[in-house]
Design a protein around this ligand. Sequence first.
Ligand code: F6P
Length: 626
Amino acid sequence: MFVSQKQKHIVETPDTGKWELAGYEAALPVTEKSNPITREIDKADPVQIVHLLKECDAEIFQEEDDTLVNYKRLYSASVLQTMMDVTKKVEAILKDPEHSLIILSGCGTSGRLAFLLATSFNKLLKGLHKNPSYAYIIAGGDKAILTSQEAPEDNPHLGVEALKRVCAGKKKVLFIGISCGLSAPFIAGQLDFCLNNLDVFTPVLVGFNPVSMARNEIIEGWHLTFRQVAEKMEEVQETRRAFILNPAVGPEGISGSSRMKGGSATKIILESLLLAAHKATSNNKEVTAKNLLDWMKTYEKVHKITYSQGKMIAAMVKQAGTSLEKMGRIYYIGWQTLGVMGIIDASECVPTFGTDFSDVRGFINKGYKEMANREGDLTSRGPEFEISHEDFMKNVLPDVTENDTVVFIFTLDDDLLEIEKLANQVKNKTPNLHAISHVTTGQYVSANIKKTFASVMSMTWPIVFFEYEGFFLQKFQRELSTKWILNAISTGGHILKGKIYFNHMIDLKVSNSKLFRRAVAILQRFTSRSPIICQEALLKSIYETDDLSDEIRNIKISTHTTLAATKFKVVPTALVLLTRNCSVAEAMSRIQAKPVVRDTIDRYLTAPGRKRTADQIEMHRDEENE
Ligand code: F6P
């Protein structure tokens, strides 16, 4: 248990690793379980929130426990071996760029990271005067890099079409499909296509559940489940023509929010193995397990360096929470790929916290030119696609008020005069102007910069003495550090705003089948009712009806989620329905009456005589068939 001086609540941090016990929330895969560390995060103050997230992220690097071998972990021998195998395949592709390609693909954040990694490694190659060898696919196309596009994630056919388009004319393709939960049908479709065309494709699946926990739900309009595809991958892996990289990194700090640990672990694994392959190619030397381990261990230092600034991160979390509580906004103004990290964090807030795109936004210097995305400038598609600093100055800054928080993110190698100039203009509008600056040992943030911002968080990185790839490693690590800080700011801010109950996002947008299932599981967890009853309540809330017709009951999930995506607070409304046994109209008006969803839910769930608990989930497996 950790207790801070000024805390109002006592926050329990039960043993890390409790989730590894065989019976812990056995009905759920690791990526959907609730993390015992963050169980009470909704009651935590900013310092505690950052501490809990730090502990949770540290689980990524935890080694396999000899007494508890339920899961393989990041540093497990089998994971390292698979990484070595994949590294060799990468090397082969790099030797024949004309006829080969490495494709990274994912949905939501996994797709955004696929974009970031592919563009970064192409830049690395460009610096060596080599042709690009990487391409990315994101479900929903380039607009999904900036905005939430949840529905295409459910469509395996779209995945296959996108894959065919990107790899046209190539003779050898290393396909890396990222699905943290081993769950996205879009990725399942692509992997299956690769498995059926092994003469051209070598498929690699990256995710953070054992295959036995891969999603086994029937996919609409398709003949396989994700688990069946993953099992096929396992079979083919025996002949080294397909690979699965799936260490367990522990449940997310906010249950199911795979943008957090899942995204970070994806970055660590793929950057380490790709960098190792590039280095081996340029040095003409074999990659060893030790090389790989050394690359990965350097990310542990990133965790240490980042969270050593815990107090400053907590101050920003507090500021973000205050802004959000006052209906203010959070803006990230970033340079180069740190700008991309801001855009990624902001775009995730819409599906994760049910926010409007304008609540948290990211901007990058030179806009789409710096992004180097395949479809180019998307500005004309609407205000949510305006991402350049110029767009911010012209279209956003005039309306910025003192309720808003602005965070600049840069390195001391960026254009400091420009940074100072922009910051001074922002300062005229809001005093809540903060900076995250990445410096190298021996560099110092100037007094001018310091006095421009209300606070400057300086992350100091060691000087890189080694080769070209080393500079990219440092860039990647600054990105990860920024990701951890921004994830803490946006998650912590929304916790303070009352969007989280225990460690569950109770006001999620039910915009695809995975989120539909998650919503039903949340209802089960908090009401002790059966899955069938919970699903009925969810449908009543989505369709705003007290009398569910058989017609509605039998419609495809995709129809439910298309409608649910247009509605607000469907899960909280269903929770009230289940606890009050009232009409939908009454439940909606009760939810609407109070701005803080957590307080309303807490009121109904902790009626006199009822203990505050989130431990109901185990009960329902037995009831499933009732
Ligand atoms: O469905 C939305 C979402 O949960 C995003 O938040 C997430 O980034 C994306 O799906 C991808 O999830 P996964 O990597 O598990 O396929």
